[in-house]
Design a protein around this ligand. Structure first.
Ligand SMILES: O=C(O)CCC(=O)C(=O)O
Ligand SMILES: [Fe+2]
Length: 217
């Protein structure tokens, strides 16, 4: 938060992985929360993704642009209600570009076409995984709003160590690209009741990741 007692420093967590604390203003956070609430109302509802082995993710997700299900993208939410997903708005492309300029000093024509919007309650978490359904090697832009969490950012080889635990707070930007694009990462813990209601999130954590899928059509 901008009014934090101890300002947190920007950090390069690994080559190509940049954490920018407090990047989103309170107003932008509220706008994003409103937009995400709208997408959660439809045409595809928030859902707990079911994994091929039968496991159910504790996070609830809705997608924009393309729908993600393990482990592919489609234009329709085939494992939810079959509806076409909401279109990816131009302002979110611009936000992604601004994020890359902030992280790397340039955006190199970044054109994200898909967002995964994850809602975490206090007990939700996300296991270590790679984002690798995209054909494009462009960076992933991650925005966090609401309750803080522990974000674990690892290496490209294994789910385990070495990794770095980063506390992501409301308004934080995290970008991973280049040599870190396919690093394993996850959310071992949400820190309940740390959200400032002024961000529009009374409880829980909202995370938005922007991706360039590189898929045609
Ligand atoms: O919630 C986060 O910070 C990470 C989300 C994530 O890794 C994903 O949606 O693939
Ligand atoms: Fe991910």
């Amino acid at each position: 938060m901008n009014g934090a007692l101890f300002p947190r420093d920007r950090a390069v967590v690994a080559p190509g992985a940049v954490h920018v604390p407090g990047w989103l203003s309170a107003r932008r956070q509220r706008e994003l929360v409103d937009a995400c609430r709208g997408w959660a109302r439809g045409p595809v509802p928030l859902r707990h993704t079911v994994l091929p082995g039968g496991g159910v993710m504790s996070v609830r997700t809705v997608c924009v642009g393309r729908h993600w299900q393990p482990y592919r993208y489609s234009r329709t939410a085939d494992d939810v209600n079959g509806a076409p997903v909401a279109p990816f708005p131009g302002w979110l492309v611009e936000l992604g570009r601004e994020a890359l300029v902030e992280a790397y000093g340039e955006h190199q024509g970044y054109t994200p076409d898909t967002a995964l919007i994850n809602f975490y309650d206090g007990a939700a978490r996300m296991g270590m995984h790679q984002d690798k359904e995209e054909r494009s090697g462009a960076p992933v832009v991650s925005l966090s709003i609401g309750d803080a969490c522990v974000f674990r950012f690892g290496n490209t080889q294994t789910r385990g160590r070495p990794y770095t635990d980063v506390e992501l707070e409301s308004g934080d930007l995290f970008v991973f690209g280049g040599p870190s694009r396919y690093a394993f990462h996850g959310v071992p813990k949400v820190l309940p009741a740390t959200a400032d209601p002024a961000t529009g999130m009374n409880s829980g954590r909202l995370n938005i990741t922007l991706r360039e899928t590189g898929l045609a059509g």
